[in-house]
Design a protein around this ligand. Structure first.
Ligand SMILES: Nc1ncnc2c1ncn2[C@@H]1O[C@H](COP(=O)(O)OP(=O)(O)O)[C@@H](O)[C@H]1O
Ligand SMILES: CC(=O)N[C@@H](CCC(=O)OP(=O)(O)O)C(=O)O
Length: 301
């Protein structure tokens, strides 16, 4: 017989109700792959990072197969500044020379990756930290971008150095890991066909992984509530066509462009739904996946 030190109070009843209402959501995602992109801005606060780790472990315990892809742009920037290495961006991508790609790999596949692995393991999970080079999971080709000078309107092709775009994704290693209580945590560093290293934007990397795995959901955790309209109000739901219009008319700009483009790519690859949401909100992942409320902007076909 279980002993209750105090009678079950209203708060306990409420907690039980919340749990019970999560059941249909758990059933919906049972055995499904959910890719969660955890952006560098979202991971700033340690308490929220621990909440995030607990959410990922809870998902795994409820039968979901979570795959974490993390960023770390601000953290790379801080390390480069400490070392006195200048860093510039073109079209939202870090121009990456030889010295920079070594720091990018050190920060992403080293410290950040292992910190997230540590938090997930502390929360009772079994995380495995990998990057795209492991098992040749992601082989990238050199990326380049054309930018238009705002004054002269002249188009210019920018050499981004060691910045890559996923060319081939081999899910063999992930196939071995998923469904065995292990949680892959992936750093967006890819192999080059010649054995070198490419720095890949974490959104792009997450989209490629979600597409290759046939994920049911891709969650993009960032530092804003989702896609905002011109009055800075959250847009709860978008179709691909509507998302494209928002890019074309300039409502979506800056770092949100590659994010929305990645969402469109993932949907076209067969991912059922993609959500852009605020990763600084405690338990954002659970709120989105396991409650009736949802969070952020859901983009569907
Ligand atoms: N329509 C929009 N809705 C929301 N954010 C937008 C929009 N247009 C531009 N942004 C910018 O995009 C940023 C998110 O992109 P980014 O900084 O690259 O995120 P992360 O580091 O999480 O990948 C927001 O902080 C915001 O400044
Ligand atoms: C090519 C490129 O720009 N790579 C990114 C990789 C990290 C990243 O994308 O991190 P966030 O998700 O935190 O922005 C960079 O060097 O910052």
């Amino acid at each position: 017989m279980s002993a209750h030190p105090t009678p079950i109070d209203a708060q306990g009843q409420l907690q039980a109700e919340v749990l019970a209402r999560a059941l249909p959501h758990m059933q919906r995602y049972d055995d499904a792959i959910v890719v969660v992109k955890y952006g560098g801005h979202a991971m700033g606060d340690e308490a929220v990072a621990r909440n995030f780790a607990e959410d990922i472990v809870l998902l795994e315990q409820s039968g979901v197969n979570p795959v974490v892809v993390h960023g770390g742009g601000p953290q790379i920037g801080a390390m480069l500044a400490k070392l006195g290495i200048k860093s510039e961006f073109a079209a939202g991508l870090r121009i990456t020379d030889k010295a920079t790609v070594e720091i990018v790999e050190m920060v992403l596949a080293g410290s950040i990756n292992k910190q997230i692995v540590g938090f997930i393991n502390e929360a009772g999970g079994k995380a495995i930290g990998l990057c795209g080079k492991d098992g040749n999971m992601v082989v990238a080709r050199k990326a380049s971008r054309t930018i238009v000078d705002p004054d002269s309107k002249i188009e210019q092709v920018v050499d981004l150095g060691f910045v890559g775009e996923p060319d081939r994704v081999d899910t063999m290693v992930l196939d071995q890991i998923l469904g065995r209580e292990l949680i892959p945590v992936l750093a967006p560093v890819a192999a080059a066909a010649d054995g070198g290293t490419y720095n890949v934007n974490a959104d792009t990397f997450a989209g490629a992984i979600a597409g290759a795995l046939g994920a049911k959901r891709l969650l993009m955790l960032t530092d804003v509530p989702g896609v905002l309209d011109r009055d800075k109000q959250l847009i709860p739901q978008l179709t691909i066509a509507e998302a494209r219009r928002l890019i074309a008319d300039g409502t979506v700009s800056g770092g949100m462009i590659p994010k929305v483009e990645t969402c469109i790519y993932a949907l076209e690859q067969g991912v059922e739904g993609v959500v852009i949401l605020d990763g600084k909100v405690p338990h954002a992942v659970l709120l989105e996946l396991l409650t009736d409320l949802g969070a952020g902007t859901l983009i569907t076909r």
